[in-house]
Design a protein around this ligand. Structure first.
Ligand SMILES: [Ca+2]
Ligand SMILES: [Ca+2]
Ligand SMILES: [Ca+2]
Length: 160
């Protein structure tokens, strides 16, 4: 997910004795705990669903997330933990251009994009004819090569 995205955590919890009385979550490995809400309004049964909505951290990375619950007898369950990843989408995506060519002739097209985390990117191209292209003209993309952080430079043939 991107940084700052709204994230809803849903946890199914149960207690075999007195029933669930509270559910908490932690985003810092168990140092700080915050209450979650009961999906049916009250933690008063043996089986409950807890939920909470929060904003993802603003820095890229993998974060721990833990849930724990307490019953009516004062028992606190061992936390259950997992993690989630904050990863930004590519930025500065540009297809370059505008491009032009005679009918039947290839066009070299070069675009660019980058990723905040330096993730390997996969690119796809599509073609939208401009007003000077005859109706019914077709366009095919040639072999595409993939580069990290650099758009491929396929050839594009236009014919009519
Ligand atoms: Ca219990
Ligand atoms: Ca309930
Ligand atoms: Ca990324």
């Amino acid at each position: 997910m991107p940084s700052g995205a709204e994230l809803t955590l849903i946890a199914d919890v149960s207690d075999t004795g007195t029933g669930v009385r509270w559910v908490e979550y932690s985003l810092d490995g168990g140092l700080t705990w915050l209450l979650m809400n009961s999906q049916d309004g009250t933690f008063d049964e043996n089986i409950e669903t807890a939920e909470i909505t929060f904003l993802a951290p603003t820095a890229s990375g993998t974060y721990p997330i833990c849930v724990r619950l307490g019953d009516g007898a004062g028992n606190v369950a061992m936390p259950a933990c997992g993690n989630f990843t904050v990863n930004e989408p590519p930025t500065g995506v540009s297809a370059g251009g505008p491009y032009s060519s005679d009918e039947g002739q290839p066009v070299d097209i070069v675009g660019s994009a980058s990723d905040p985390e330096g993730d390997s990117l996969v690119y796809t191209w599509s073609y939208l004819p401009g007003p000077a292209v005859d109706s019914g003209a077709s366009c095919t993309f040639g072999m595409q090569q993939l580069y990290q952080r650099q758009l491929p430079a396929p050839t594009m043939d236009i014919s009519a």
